[in-house]
Design a protein around this ligand. Sequence first.
Ligand SMILES: Nc1ncnc2c1ncn2[C@@H]1O[C@H](COP(=O)(O)OP(=O)(O)OP(=O)(O)O)[C@@H](O)[C@H]1O
Length: 330
Amino acid sequence: MSIEVKGVTKRFGDFVALEDVNVSIPTGQLTALLGPSGGGKSTLLRVIAGLESSDAGTIEIEGVDATRLAPQKRNVGFVFQHYAAFKHMTVAKNVAFGLEIRKKPKDEVRDRVHELLKLVHLEQFAHRLPSQLSGGQRQRMALARALAVEPSVLLLDEPFGALDAKVRKELRDWLRRLHDEVHVTTVFVTHDQEEALEVSDEIVVINNGRVEQVGTPDQLYDEPANDFVMSFLGEVTTLGGHAIRPHDIEVSTSPLLDHAIEGTVDRVLRIGFEVRLTVHTLDGEEVMVQLTRTLSNGLGVREGSTVWLTPLAGATVMPTAVSVGGHART
Ligand SMILES: Nc1ncnc2c1ncn2[C@@H]1O[C@H](COP(=O)(O)OP(=O)(O)OP(=O)(O)O)[C@@H](O)[C@H]1O
């Protein structure tokens, strides 16, 4: 394991931001800290980096107890959402900074900066100032700068959070490819479930200062530990008082199965290849169903149709007493 967080609690006055958090972050993997705003993701990252001290618990990095080590002694690289570059220095100088203060030989610094700028696809911008870069390019420069000193761990706090959706998507694909090349243990904070599902090897779901679940994207999606995780990692509706994903509901236009739930289609919404039905059941439940356009056309459902709903074989179904509509989509 590269990072071991054991029993970490962090309070701000009376407010408990992290409560008895235990997480093991494997070496060489890309791990996402995912959760709603205010859940404690950044606080955990800052405790790992040494930028905040915890009130209880320990942090081990690469087998060394780092709990009381200063940030600069932890061998971690850090990138924030709003990266503070040295405005008067060129891109190359910004990337070289950490190496120069470590008094590395000039030739070595030059070669390493060249290698890093190539890695982040900024070679042609080496002599520009940060203000002459786009937001996405600036974040790539920040990553090159963090990687320059060969950290054992790279910590990224919403690194693409301030960028528009299209650039974000490009950068997350790029981060995945970069990680496949460099393999440095990376922990990144995001509140965007799609980003976490797409990029990470493993996801730590954090809510209200506690870890809700740790697992691969597939494990979290297919076997959520509770209805919070289930609703945070994808769309959820209720059928017969159970939480279920809208695409895990089978629709038929005749009562084929005994336990099928009868309802009336209130609304049919077509979005590209997908069709979303809102169905009111006889028990007064409002159920969202997602179908492909082909399936919907085949069934011939329209507003006012009577349908029977059942969970598909293998669907994730979870009893729920609370509302599951509160998941945050960005
Ligand atoms: N320095 C501080 N002083 C007081 N409270 C703080 C401080 N830093 C964080 N908090 C509180 O701790 C809680 C967790 O904050 P944190 O930034 O870790 O959340 P987060 O999950 O990263 O959220 P976001 O996605 O909005 O950044 C929040 O309620 C926040 O207001």
